[in-house]
Design a protein around this ligand. Sequence first.
Ligand code: CUO
Length: 668
Amino acid sequence: MKLAIILATTLIVSACAVLQKADNAFLSRQMQVLHLLQHINEPLQDPELISIRSQFEPKNDVKFYDSKCIKNLMHQIENGHLIPREEIFSLFDANQRKQMKILFDCLMAAKDWDTFMGLATYVRDKMNHRQFVYGFCTALLHRNDCRGLKLPPAYEITPHMFLTTDVIRRAYQAQMQGKPAIVPMKFTGSVLNPEQRVAYFGEDIGLNSHHAHWHMDFPFWMDNQKDRAGELFFYMHHQLLARFDAERLSNYMPPVEPLQWDKPIIEGFAPAAAYPGGQEFPMRPDNVYFQDLPQRTVAEMIEFEARVRDAIDAGVIYDKSGIPIYLNGTQGINVLGALLESSTASIDPQFYGSLHNDAHLLLSRVADPKGKYGNPPGVMEHFETATRDPAFFRLHKHIDNLFKEHKDLLPPYTYDEISFPGVKIEAFKVIGESKASEPNTLITYFDESHINLGNAVNGKPVDIRAVVSRLNHEPFKMVSTIVSDKDTAAFVRVFLAPRYDWYGQEIPLNEARWSMIEIDRFTAKLNAGMNIITRKSHETVVTSSEPMSYPALIKQTAAALAGEATVFVEKTHRHCGFPHRLLLPQGRPQGMKFKLYVVLTDLSKDLHRQFDDFINVPPALSYCGVLDGPFPDTRPMGFPFDRRIPYPENFFQDNAKVIDVTIKNIKI
Ligand code: CUO
């Protein structure tokens, strides 16, 4: 039999990016972005940007000035309508969002880079600083001419939004003394709070940053939504839940329970963090009930949800003019995602409400619903802080259950839909990259990461960093032995799920399917005969690698501008991306049993018709989709585990395999 050894480099869809050498024009734009976002609550300091600002006059540029947005923006500025610089910007406040969107639209309409940066410098010190940062960064992520530019890590632009008050206070002290410092950050809560055991996940700064960037790549308020944005809203949050529940199980905790609008919110949360202006994020005691807000009552939430449930059960949603949109195709989840979020693509927000967005607001304001005590917004009102609160996962479990209700009404996949005739997986194994690795055993551990706090304090630069503990894992590779009766190509999908539940009972496949953690999704050419495919963990398209720190980005860009270093531009670079460190759940010191599933399907059927037989997909595809155009994989997200599996014994055909793996968490 012919044997083909196929390494990751021959994959059709691979994680390898197209790189090109950065020229001086690109590097100077990169530096402008980095300087613009430094010390954002202080006036602009960089001489080059001050010079750009002094030469920019929106009224002089007739083409630019004629656009509706710039007239609108100038009207807001000149008539003092913008919110004060020190006010706390909330995306969930309709007026504040509208102002931000005017800026966003203007930045998107800027006809070239000079206009874009000119306008950014012109507005920076006139607007609320977080409102500006959000509008500017979101525009940068969506403009074609900004592809490849890197934003600094979100937690180093506005550290207050990611770190606890004690860390910030110690950073101030170090700054005043002019002494470099490394400040350890603890997770919030105490041993008396069981949720503390999994705080390392919800409070992971990389996770928070990913979540913030996801919502900037797919803003619910943007006029044109990307391909399958509603489905990605479902799937990305669904995967976060599967990961969170696996962390809970690793720590001997049951799966997170969904919230109910008329029941107490069992876990309280004390964020121990403060806004840059000093206002403390409000705490929520245990067992409080949802409260009516001026803009949304609990009764309305219950009513909207009843309408959504009726629509799910009927399999049809009616748009504003009464036209039915059926949910029973593979498009249904996308329609439902937009409706539940709700985004601008919602079929009818007036009738079906905005369950998810309003729930964030209800949770954020629960301790002071009428504004009687002047509390600032809670952590649930900002995407960069929301996952810290255990209620985030409870809310999303509730929303996820609505998606499940819909998926469970769809017919199970038929043999034809999940089989791949002529292709058989003979063997599948995982191998740890460290020499001491045992077969099919994966290793996790906690390590330390440094966060630059330069933007948390003002004054002469002093090297002040926070050190945080974070989950990580040893690299591994997955090796599949596949026999094919022809030359063909496959989509390879790999999922992980706990083997035993909280009670120690083996989890049946029809339940495990909803807890599947996607580990990788790639394509492979198969030759007739035997093929051995090796895929390394760092190549996965589920996660992204660590971002470069703010000072390192500045240093690297400066060195390249001086001709002392070479920087490569990756036009498909994404800021959205689940941290690669978190690819695997923690597991347990003595080892925790998981099942690892691999499923091959026919690439020629699965690949979007816009692609021929070759595409190059960057990292982060699974959670963050693509920058432009169609999502390359036409199967529903989570396929083939997104639908009921009534006959598990028949589910695994030759093209699928499951193996036992053990995840051990070790001390280093
Ligand atoms: Cu990401 Cu609720 O959608 O936080």
